[in-house]
Design a protein around this ligand. Structure first.
Ligand code: SAH
Length: 209
């Protein structure tokens, strides 16, 4: 494990089995992604509120989901649920371009502002319904959904490139982190990475706040 990592990430590396490059990419000022009133707790292992009843995923989940999609060495990633932009920032350090979709306008705008402040520019952000993916830029080498859906939105599987991986929490009361892979012939297979707890993916038009 790299000794350059701050203690919270070194500890995380001892609890989750992920590529060290993922932990290095997570070495961002997490406090800059949450409301300033949560400043001191931003560097803990908990999920944190980001406004509008939404949360920034806990670091172990960010690490596992990122590690899962990096297995296909993606150059482009579609992220559904921009939220604070933390996951977008992590991905931006590992891939060429991140496409991220958020349905709540204020959250979407705040995330863009935060990412620019951190001098992160290799992303495109859309305010809209992520259940529809982002057709203009499809197909994507990998897709990551950071809100739970009752089932995988078909558009997201369609917009996944052959050889690609899609990671998504699936379920309502009980959620499982699922990884779908599309083989070069377009066949889909899936496996579970275990139980998780995400806010719901809400279909429909974008809303203000
Ligand atoms: N990845 C984020 C955490 C996401 S929380 C981070 O790193 O901070 C889940 C986000 O998904 C919320 O911001 C929520 O508004 C958004 N969301 C829910 N349903 C959506 C939909 N249909 N399309 C796009 N975003 C959606």
């Amino acid at each position: 494990m790299s000794s350059r990592l701050p203690p919270w990430l070194r500890e995380l590396g001892e609890t989750v089995q992920v590529d060290p490059a993922v932990l290095e990419a997570m070495d961002l000022p997490r406090e800059r992604f949450v409301d300033s009133s949560f400043g001191s707790s931003a560097l803990t292992a908990r999920a944190l509120p980001i406004g509008g009843g939404q949360t920034i995923s806990k670091p172990s989940t960010v690490a596992r989901m990122t590690d899962a999609i990096m297995k296909c060495r993606p150059a482009t990633v579609l992220e559904i649920g921009t939220g604070s932009g933390y996951q977008t920032a992590v991905l931006s350090r590992l891939v060429e371009k991140v496409y991220t979709v958020e349905r709540i306008r204020n959250i979407h705008l705040d995330a863009i502002r935060r990412l620019y402040k951190l001098e992160i520019y290799n992303f495109k952000a859309l305010c809209g319904d992520g259940c529809l993916g982002w057709k203009t830029y499809a197909p994507f080498d990998a897709v990551m959904v950071t809100a739970a859906a009752p089932a995988v939105p078909p558009a997201l599987l369609e917009q996944l490139a052959p050889g690609g991986l899609l990671v998504i929490p699936v379920g309502t009361e009980r959620q499982e982190l699922m990884v779908y892979s599309k083989d070069p012939g377009g066949q889909i297979t899936s496996r579970s990475l275990g139980g998780v707890n995400f806010v719901p993916l809400i279909p429909g038009e974008a809303v203000g706040s």
